[in-house]
Design a protein around this ligand. Structure first.
Ligand SMILES: [Zn+2]
Length: 281
């Protein structure tokens, strides 16, 4: 079974905010056409996957708002295939009430939050209120504890090691670190090894193959590859491209004496590990 654990749906002009769009153009230089991810575009891109997690995205700080209702409405059209994760900004006054509403009324299955985009300390009271409720509701939390290209987004809240106390204090909470904490993958790796309920998705990492090769070798040495999950961060990549990039990763070490990443480990990341965590959602 193929589950894409990290995908976005949005209307670029309505939802993303000028700051994200102009910083995207400045840093990536590409056209904003490549950011297009309306439900129609998403549906087509996901035609070959069995299930996909679809994330809402909200930041009061950066004026980004892909509403939970927008995601829920799309997910409701394909309830056997799509899994909606709401996004709550801990800085919004009704944060816990909205999380409850999303899970109980909109039938969303998880929470996405992001200290660097939403400008909050993951060990603050307002964040802990959300973690506490998520643990009580028994829903997984996908956390973007990683960098971004947006200039004003505060790096001080981005480091994966900031979640060590969170994972200790909420030991039953299932936490998924987006992008393996890029570019602090080593911090993410030690968290995944230490904490039984911490996993990581590998979305977007295939765009930097040498780095990914090195980090996957580290994951093998730390024996955590069974906690790595396939994801694309669509529209930043697609399932076809990410799978093909993963399967050709060993080309990097061809004609060298460096070891290869065993193909069964790569295939488990794509086809097996996500099913263990999300197959029943
Ligand atoms: Zn993402």
């Amino acid at each position: 079974m193929l589950i894409d654990c990290h995908t976005h749906v949005w209307d670029v002009d309505k939802h993303l905010g000028q700051e994200m769009i102009s910083d995207f153009s400045r840093v990536w230089g590409g056209s904003i056409e490549s950011l297009k991810a309306t439900p129609e575009v998403h549906e087509k891109a996901m035609s070959k996957v069995d299930k996909a997690i679809v994330l809402a995205f909200k930041s009061l700080f950066l004026k980004i708002n892909v509403p939970n209702e927008y995601v829920a409405e799309y997910v409701d059209k394909f309830p056997d295939k799509l899994i909606g994760f709401c996004c709550i900004d801990p800085n919004q006054p009704d944060a816990t009430a909205e999380l409850k509403k999303c899970i109980q009324d909109l039938h969303m299955k998880g929470l996405k939050i992001s200290p660097i985009y939403q400008n909050f300390d993951p060990n603050s009271d307002r964040a802990y209120k959300l973690f506490e409720l998520a643990q009580e509701l028994e829903i997984p939390v996908l956390i973007h504890q990683a960098t971004t290209f947006i200039r004003r987004a505060p790096l001080k809240y981005a480091y994966p090691s900031l979640l060590d106390d969170v994972a200790t204090n909420f030991s039953d909470l299932k936490i998924i670190l987006a992008h393996l904490g890029h570019p602090w993958e080593d911090e993410a790796i030690v968290l995944v090894r230490k904490h039984p309920n911490v996993w990581a998705d590998i979305s977007t990492l295939t765009s930097r193959p040498f780095r990914l090769y090195h980090k996957l070798m580290t994951c093998m040495e730390y024996r955590i590859t069974d906690k790595l999950l396939f994801g694309t961060d669509f529209p930043f990549s697609t399932p076809e491209k990410t799978i093909s990039d993963l399967l050709k990763l060993n080309k990097i070490v061809r004609r060298t004496s460096l070891p290869k990443i065993p193909v069964n480990i790569i295939k488990n990341i794509i086809y097996e590990n996500p099913v263990k965590l999300f197959g029943k959602l």
